[in-house]
Design a protein around this ligand. Structure first.
Ligand SMILES: [Zn+2]
Length: 280
């Protein structure tokens, strides 16, 4: 046993102050103890502040979180009269049954290159060296930028959809299956996190979100006649129905099927209790 060691300041990740020990000052300033800190205010505060938490992320950036008590507000929603089904994809992030398309932002792709480059630089540095530590920090920084970009895209898209539609129907994601088919790119796009974000926004705006069964053959089914295309492969972006001869855009056809399946079982049959939510 060696001598007792002091707890490293670096190891502490966060601390929370309750009623005492802090004071909010004018002009985005916070007094903790005798020291006044300035912070960048990301959004207006509602209600009364109950606790203040300071967090530090692995990069050493500091964040201050104010948790507030807010009176519950009834959801006031202006109905748009629109509803749609959506199909997730790699080339087009989301395709709507009404033909709308939402693409993942381009910076995401370029940042992936930056990650690969930062990883390469890190691997070339000698272990335990100062340069290696610096390269590691740079890699963390790039990772964080990508995460921020993805998160911003998710929130923007979720708000856009919840404002435009009264109800949305999505597939229940089979992420393991998607990864087996498409590989690592699935994780880069963060479909599951997007669905979570969408539910969070929907609970505020009063938008209905339905999930249809994972095994519903949305891609194979002809939305015009109900024929099932057993031969369809991932490469087929466009296909023609062997029965009625309709030519389908793969994603739009799937989205139409998803929408119809959702509409045929409102709040019911194919929609499980846990996944159907009007505001979770
Ligand atoms: Zn057909």
């Amino acid at each position: 046993m060696g001598p007792p060691s002091f707890r490293k300041v670096r190891s502490a990740k966060s601390f929370t102050l309750k009623q005492a020990g802090w004071k909010l000052l004018e002009g985005h300033r916070l007094k903790i103890g005798q020291t006044v800190y300035k912070f960048a205010k990301s959004r207006e505060m509602d209600g009364t502040v109950k606790t203040v938490t300071i967090k530090r992320d692995p990069l050493g950036d500091l964040y201050v979180y104010f948790s507030c008590v807010v009176e519950p507000q009834p959801i006031t929603r202006v109905m748009t009269g629109h509803s749609a089904g959506f199909d997730f994809g790699l080339t087009t992030y989301l395709t709507g049954s009404d033909g709308t398309m939402h693409h993942a932002p381009q910076p995401l792709q370029s940042s992936l290159k930056a990650i690969a480059q930062a990883n390469r630089h890190l691997s070339q540095k000698k272990k335990g060296s100062c340069n290696r530590r610096q390269a590691q920090r740079h890699l963390d920084r790039v990772h964080k930028r990508v995460a921020n970009q993805r998160q911003a895209f998710h929130w923007q898209l979720a708000h856009q959809l919840c404002a435009a539609y009264d109800s949305l129907t999505l597939e229940t994601l089979n992420l393991q299956g998607m990864k087996a088919l498409w590989g690592r790119k699935v994780s880069d796009l963060g479909f599951a996190t997007f669905v979570e974000t969408l539910h969070a926004v929907a609970s505020k705006t009063g938008t209905l979100i339905q999930h249809i069964d994972t095994w519903f053959p949305s891609t194979k089914l002809c939305s015009a006649c109900g024929w099932i295309n057993q031969q369809i492969t991932l490469r087929d972006r466009v296909w023609t129905c062997g029965d009625c001869g309709t030519t389908h855009q793969r994603n739009v056809n799937a989205a139409v099927n998803i929408f119809r399946e959702g509409a045929s079982s409102p709040g019911g049959i194919h929609v499980s209790q846990a996944s159907a939510c009007r505001g979770c």
